[in-house]
Ligand binder design. Sequence first.
Ligand code: NAD
Ligand code: MLT
Length: 311
Amino acid sequence: MTKPVVLIAEELSPATVEALGPDFDIRHVDGTDRAALLAALPGAHAVLVRSATQVDAEAISAGSTLKIIARAGVGLDNVDVPAATAAGVMVVNAPTSNIISAAELTMAHILSSARNLASGNAALKGGQWKRSAYTGVELYEKTLGIIGLGRIGALVAQRAQGFGMKLVAYDPYISDARAAQMGVTLMSLDELLAESDFITVHMPKTPETIGLLGAEAFAKVKPSVRIVNVARGGIVDEEALADAIRSGRVAGAGIDVFATEPTTSSPLFDLDAVSVTPHLGASTHEAQEKAGVAVARSVRLALSGELVPDA
Ligand code: NAD
Ligand code: MLT
């Protein structure tokens, strides 16, 4: 009997293959190689991706035998969910797999930005002992503005409380009572921009959120604010942020995600006050194992015709 074909289109934790078990014909393809992806999809019953593979309408129609698209992570912006639904293909993700890792990287960027870790590191390794140039600020009693108080935003709030930060948030979809339970004061976006010493974004990339932090928003921030984006590239407009840093309106930034990925160029890369990481929010052994095992489980259930519970 032929086994159902499971196509793994990005590097996933070895735990993924272990959790799939022996019942599938597991194949691998580099999902960022478009021609190879389109050639590998016909005959596949499941495709597993992280965030670099575009599973768009063309890919879905190439995968005419697909039953499930599994995203080993949170964001579904690289999967055309309406096209999948129209084609009768289930889409699953692993919505809690990497939230701790993403929240921890956010804290790392907040701290790095406050204390000039990246620039101090680069200067010293480049032969310069510069102490006064890299005088930073404390997090204690500073206001952290969280835009998007969902799973990761809430974990960041908890962690920032440990540093004695005052927490405010803008999220039109959660209640004052829920925010208050987390020790967070909800406010309008303009109020948050005006009050925050640090601003961190944690919402999905949608037509509504693209460019949310752009030139107009930077004109309203507290001068000396620091900006962190470990959510999705494009929510913070890189060009506008670079301008705001050059003009001194924004003191610094920590950026994990970019409008175009992968990338080796951004207007932010020339600025000493910006520390960057190449989309590492979910890149821990723990998060990758959780994501791989969660989607493997969903694929097993879906391909044996069983109900796939919400994760
Ligand atoms: P979530 O769905 O739990 O929370 C998102 C929150 O954003 C929700 O509370 C929602 O109400 C709010 N929101 C939606 N639209 C908004 C708007 N216009 N203004 C303000 N708030 C809005 O999602 P999550 O798991 O917390 O993930 C947050 C983001 O982090 C996503 O973009 C996800 O793709 C990204 N992410 C990145 C990495 C990484 O590697 N850098 C890792 C995991 C997740
Ligand atoms: C996610 O949305 O889960 C992250 O961006 C991480 C990833 O895709 O690797």
